[in-house]
Structures are given as structure tokens and as C-alpha cells.
Design a protein around this ligand. Structure first.
Ligand code: PLP
Length: 439
């Protein structure tokens, strides 16, 4: 049975232009660091790709550092900014409901570098509480950095990035945004968000990943404002301004750039602007999303929509439900057996269903947090996909309700760190200091 794929937030299909660029660039011989003609040809392709990715987020090429994906980009931003922080600063402000790339990185900074991580709470739809951020920034002199998602990969809530960036700018504190879920679904202009923030303050860094928007897995980027100082994680040949050493993967960069070009548009050599597909994709996905949400709530009256009910406040491709009284994982398996691929959106710990820390941060009960189902659309999604999901949902839900909840009461309730997920040494968690402002 052909699978109906409704898990585009996990990864989405490779766009044909991206595949073509990838394959073509694999045959380009030459290390972009070499000074001979072949090397310079490779370098030209790399730098054109960098310019294209930069243009897609409103930046210039010099500000783009290619990485091996979103996780590396987030690690580079958070650890790099931390290691270059202003003297006397030790507080890391993290908005609740982050992806594990951030959660586990700040937990590591707490365990190994003495960071004091403070969780800024979100409201019932998952949006940052600005008054709590203001309270946390009252003593801005002790804040090393602030980090937040541009939009939630799990419940799809879009954050007020301009408001947060303005606050960080006023406080003189650097802000990192994880835009992995947002890039490709929302227009992004880093300099418009950054505004006239002073050097090293306000929005200075942002992470994106190619495979969430039609590029290949294993390549991402960090946008780093020219005014920001960052300590590298990798040392070596000094590539990419010395921030990320290592021979650069021109095929991955070219493929990422091609996906970005299709989505956000480009300007031809002759100066002619070519529109991207972003706006039309958003209209298409939003329409399917709204059908899916309305249909899902009608099919299972006890279902609860998570995230912002206002379509303007959530990602075009995101629908997220809680089904109280059953495990999201049971639903996932039952839907999978019916040929529908969806996600619970949260981590599964060695086969044990884990309540979503994102929903818990939004004040939802453990019951709701365990019955979560994330259904995400992509540009290739169709009305037929939505119909198939809505047709399969009632029976899957009825079976999952019969299966009920697993009786494991030993699970953690609000995991604020990723420690212990791999069953390894979790000793660091004890020194992880999380204070929730106004929670
Ligand atoms: C919000 C967010 N940040 C970071 C990542 C990690 O990106 P990557 O898979 O490219 O390492 C993901 C991937 O799911 C994500 O959704």
C-alpha cells in the first residue's frame, strides 16, 4: 500500500531543482580552497550558492556559514556565542518548547560550562510570554544570550520574533533564532528583524536546515551578523571565516541554494526578478491544513487542537491534535498500518512514549501531552492525502482508545533537558539549573 506522507516537518521531499543541482555539482572537480582554475571554479559555485541562501533570508553571503544541518548550526550558535560572551554573563534565556538541538545544547552548557539556563514560559498556544522575557532581561548585564524558535516544529506556533529581537536589542543581549521549521514556510528577512540593533546585540544568529524545505539532508546554515563574535567548534583549515573549518561540500551547498532559489525566488544575471513559490505554497498548504484541522476535530469530537487556532499564527503546514485518553504512539502505529505516515512530534525514549515537553510547557495535562499527534503538510500534499487521513482517523482513534494509556508512571513529566535519552551518562542533569519566569 502506498503510504500517504503527512510528516513533512520531519523531512520533506527533495525538490527536482535541488536534486539536479546536487547531481551536477557532485561532478565538479576542485577544492574551493585551491587557487588553480579548477579550485576557483568550485569556489565560484560555492560562493554563488552562499549568496543564494543569504538572499533567501535577507542577508549577504559573507554572513552565511554552511553547516552539516540544523543541529550543527544551533550548536555552533549557542556554544559559539556562549564562549565569546561578555565578561560576567552566565545566564542563558531559552524560551520553553525548544527543539532538542537547543534543549540538549543548553543542558550541556549548564552541565559543563557553568551556564545558568532559565526557561522563559510560553502561553497556552505556545507563544512566548513577553512580560516574562522582560522580567528576565531586567538584569540584562548577566545575560549571555537568548534563544528561541522562529516557529515551533511541533505545534506550529509562530513567535513574535520582531518583539523579541527589539527587546534583546534594547537590553544589549545577543539573540539566536532557530528558524529550521519556519524557513521555507514563512518569509524571512533577518535584517528587517534585526533593525538598528547595536553591534553584537539583538538578532545576531539564525539557524536553518535544507531538508525541511526541499533540499537534501545533511546541510544547513548559520546566519551570523557581521557584528557578532563566535568561537568555532571545529578547528582546521580556517574555511568560512575560520568559524567552521573543513573542506566545503559544494554539492550540498548548491543543492541547498537551488531549493532556496525555487522557494524564495532569485534575480537573474540580467537583473530580472523571478518570484519564488513561497506565497503560493503557503496558500496551498494553509487551505489543506484548515480542512485537515476542521475535519479532524469533527471526526473525533474529543480531539483538541494544539497551537494557535488563528491560521495567521501557525505554520501553513502544521496541524497538531491531542486525543485525551490514548497514546499518540498507538495512534501513530495504527495510522501507519492504515497507510498514513504522521508523527507524535515528541521524542520517544527507548520505545517508551514520552509526553510532549512542548505541550507540558503550554500548560497541558500529561494526558493531553501523551495523546499528541502532529500532522504536517508539504508542497506536494493533496486533498487526497487529507481525505485519506480523515477517513482513517476514526477507526485508528477508536482502537487507540481501547488500547488506552500505558501504565508506566515512572516517566518524567516535564523534560527540560535531553539528558538520559540515550541511556548514557546523565550525571550532568543534576547541575542543570532551570528557573521558570512567571510560570
Ligand atoms: C526546529 C528544529 N531545529 C533543529 C532541527 C535539527 O535540524 P537537522 O535535522 O537539520 O539537524 C530540527 C529538525 O527536526 C527542527 O525541527
Amino acid at each position: 500500500m502506498a503510504q500517504v506522507y503527512l510528516d513533512h516537518a520531519a523531512t520533506t521531499h527533495l525538490r527536482p531543482d535541488s536534486r539536479a543541482a546536487l547531481i551536477a555539482a557532485l561532478d565538479v572537480l576542485g577544492n574551493p580552497a585551491s587557487i588553480h582554475t579548477d579550485g576557483q571554479r568550485a569556489r565560484q559555485l560555492l560562493e554563488d550558492s552562499r549568496e543564494q541562501v543569504a538572499a533567501a533570508v535577507g542577508a549577504s553571503g559573507i554572513e552565511i556559514i554552511f553547516t552539516g544541518g540544523g543541529t550543527e548550526s544551533v550548536n555552533l550558535a549557542l556554544k559559539g556565542l556562549w564562549w565569546r560572551r561578555r565578561p560576567g554573563t552566565q545566564r542563558v534565556l531559552m524560551v520553553a518548547g525548544e527543539h532538542h538541538a537547543t534543549l540538549d545544547t543548553v543542558a550541556w552548557l549548564a552541565a559543563h560550562e557553568g551556564a545558568t539556563v532559565e526557561v522563559v514560559p510560553v502561553d497556552a498556544v505556545g507563544r512566548v510570554r513577553l512580560e516574562a522575557l522582560d522580567a528576565a532581561l531586567a538584569d540584562a548585564g548577566s545575560v549571555a544570550l537568548v534563544t528561541m524558535l522562529w516557529a515551533s516544529n511541533e505545534v506550529g506556533t509562530v513567535q513574535p520574533v520582531r518583539d523579541v529581537a527589539a527587546r534583546a536589542a534594547r537590553a544589549g543581549v545577543p539573540l539566536h533564532l532557530d528558524a529550521v521549521a519556519a524557513f521555507g514556510q514563512l518569509p524571512i528577512d533577518v535584517h528587517a528583524v534585526r533593525g538598528d540593533a547595536g553591534p553584537g546585540a539583538g538578532l545576531v544568529a539564525m539557524s536553518v536546515s535544507a531538508h525541511k524545505m526541499g533540499g537534501p539532508v545533511g546541510v544547513g546554515a548559520l546566519w551570523l551578523d557581521r557584528s557578532a563574535a563566535l568561537e568555532p567548534l571545529l578547528h582546521g583549515g580556517g574555511q568560512q571565516r575560520g568559524v567552521r573549518s573543513g573542506t566545503q561540500d559544494i554539492a550540498a551547498a548548491a543543492a541547498f541554494a537551488a531549493a532556496a532559489r525555487v522557494v524564495t525566488g532569485s534575480v537573474t544575471g540580467a537583473g530580472r526578478a523571478v518570484a519564488g513559490t513561497l506565497a503560493a505554497d503557503a496558500v496551498h498548504m494553509s487551505r489543506l491544513r484548515d480542512r485537515l484541522i476542521a475535519g479532524g476535530l469533527a471526526a473525533v469530537p474529543s480531539a483538541v487542537l494544539s497551537g494557535d487556532p488563528d491560521p495567521a499564527g501557525r505554520l501553513p503546514g502544521n496541524a497538531h491534535f491531542s486525543f485525551p485518553g490514548c497514546e499518540g504512539d498507538s495512534l501513530l502505529f495504527l495510522l501507519d498500518a492504515a497507510g498514513i505516515a504522521v508523527s507524535t512530534g515528541s521524542a520517544c525514549q527507548a520505545g517508551v512514549p514520552e509526553p510532549s515537553h512542548v505541550l507540558r510547557a503550554m500548560g497541558r495535562s500529561e494526558n493531553d501531552a501523551r495523546g499528541a499527534l502532529r500532522v504536517t503538510l508539504g508542497t506536494s500534499s493533496t486533498d487526497g492525502d487529507v481525505d485519506a487521513f480523515l477517513a482513517a482517523l476514526p477507526a485508528a482513534h477508536a482502537s487507540a482508545m481501547v488500547a488506552g494509556m500505558t501504565a508506566d508512571t515512572s516517566r518524567r513529566t516535564v523534560p527540560t533537558t535531553g539528558f538520559g535519552r540515550d541511556g548514557g551518562d546523565d550525571g550532568g542533569a543534576r547541575s542543570f539549573d532551570v528557573r521558570a519566569f512567571g510560570a
